[in-house]
Design a protein. Structure first.
Length: 117
């Protein structure tokens, strides 16, 4: 699993220096979603202990539930899972679907880099 940890760690440290910016990863899911279950099996257990997970803590929400207060998305999620990177509650970018962990980590790294700009 290649994730470019040094790059992401450096970006996370840069983002952490900005005390005003809060970054989190919104995971939009729904019961019966096989790709959500696959993400939870392949990535979920290790996510909170990775550099990415520490930089962008996971916040799960249900597809049909109202969004938590203070969150602004470009458009409503349609597919599950949809991963939306938020900076101070505003969408920075998203990953629609779960392409497998070999693709998930680099895509998430790109979103975190964008949030650090």
């Amino acid at each position: 699993m290649l994730r470019g940890l040094g790059l992401v760690c450096g970006l996370w440290l840069g983002a952490a220096g900005s005390a005003l910016a809060q970054i989190e990863l919104l995971m939009v899911e729904q019961p019966g979603c096989i790709y959500c279950a696959r993400w939870h099996a392949e990535v979920g257990p290790e996510y909170p202990i990775t550099d990415e997970g520490r930089a962008a803590p996971l916040r799960p929400v249900q597809l049909r539930a109202p969004l938590p207060e203070g969150i602004s998305l470009v458009s409503p999620p349609v597919f599950t899972p949809t991963f939306v990177l938020l900076k101070d509650g505003a969408e920075v970018g998203r990953i629609e679907g779960y392409p497998g962990e070999d693709f998930f980590w680099p895509l998430l790294g790109q979103l975190i880099a964008r949030a650090a700009d």
